[in-house]
Design a protein around this ligand. Structure first.
Ligand code: PEP
Ligand code: MG
Length: 312
């Protein structure tokens, strides 16, 4: 079935009535490029750079970073690559960047951009390596910060990017405060990418590392969809790069909410491409409205599916 889907739907992502929705890959490094290209990714929507920094006592040198970034950037000469700056802390602890003190709740502690604010030298070295890696290439490099909470943080990050010669700064929307005040953040940066894994964790107060809370770690929760809507409607291009983007039905719902690109692990791309190709933007909007009108995640799933008859 997968093979025939691959054959039936190829090319760039789009709804049945022709609204382009770029389909991008989530990668952890150059080793993931082959699968991304094989599954028709139009670029990279989330490059999780922390894998370069894991399991070592000192940060990678500028030259080592530049080499890894360049391999990724060279893979999509006509596309875009969205690089996420270091997301250290909580579920991604790094040996050379320990939390500043005991953290009883690491998910609510110093992680993501908060760590960059404490160690701006690590961020500026990373941004400089990215700018060098992109020099002379045709790919569009976009760089985004994780765990951004308010417009002040977004403005600080955008300034760091521009000072380093990185032209297209963005932020991840994965903290409910950022989603609720998306219009303020949109004045500071060029784009958003919604991280539904963390956005769900924080919206539902359910630690993503606790398997027993899987029922609440569900991006179909209507409250999560209510947080996606203001981010998608804030006036800047808004992608989704959490696991939710790889669920064909939810991908349609996200497009119906106004999301403009979807990034996922490479094996999910063919099914999502097929789901979009079989539904119009209006069907996606109706599915989104039905999901948001629901009272539980289970009901949202069912109601949305009723509006998406062509799901693969
Ligand atoms: C997310 O939070 O949804 C996300 C894409 O980032 P990560 O899973 O790496 O935290
Ligand atoms: Mg996240």
């Amino acid at each position: 079935a997968r093979a025939s889907l691959l054959a039936e739907f190829t090319g760039p992502g789009a709804t049945a009535d022709g609204r382009a929705i770029p389909l991008l890959a989530n990668i952890g490094g150059p080793k993931d490029l082959e699968a991304a290209v094989a599954n028709g990714a139009e670029g990279v929507g989330l490059y999780r750079t922390e894998f370069l920094f894991l399991d070592r006592a000192t940060p990678p040198s500028g030259a080592e970073q530049e080499e890894a970034y360049r391999k990724v950037l060279e893979a999509f000469p006509a596309g875009r690559v969205v690089v996420r700056t270091l997301d250290a802390g909580a579920d991604k602890p790094l040996a050379f960047l320990p939390a500043p003190g005991e953290e009883p709740n690491p998910a609510l502690g110093e992680r993501g951009l908060r760590m960059s604010l404490r160690h701006p030298d690590v961020l500026s070295a990373q941004l400089a390596a990215l700018a060098r890696a992109a020099a002379g290439l045709t790919v569009k490099l976009q760089v985004m910060a994780p765990m951004v909470t308010d417009a002040g943080e977004a403005a600080w990050f955008a300034r760091q990017c521009r000072d380093a010669g990185v032209e297209h700064p963005g932020v991840m929307v994965e903290v409910p405060a950022a989603a609720l005040r998306a219009r303020d953040l949109a004045r500071e940066v060029e784009f958003f990418s919604i991280g539904t894994n963390d956005l769900t964790q924080y919206a539902c107060a359910a630690d993503r590392q606790l398997g027993g809370l899987a029922r609440l770690q569900d991006p179909w929760q209507p409250a999560v969809l209510d947080l996606v809507a203001p981010a998608a409607g804030a006036g800047v291009p808004c992608g989704v790069c959490g696991e939710a983007a790889g669920d064909p039905a939810l991908a349609c719902v996200l497009v119906g909410l106004g999301v403009t690109s979807l990034s996922m692990s490479a094996p999910s791309l063919p099914l999502v491409r097929a789901a979009l190709a079989r539904h119009t933007l209006e069907q996606c909007r109706q599915a989104a409205e039905a999901a948001r009108g629901s009272r539980t995640a289970e009901q949202a799933r069912e109601e949305a599916r009723a509006h998406l008859p062509g799901l693969p």
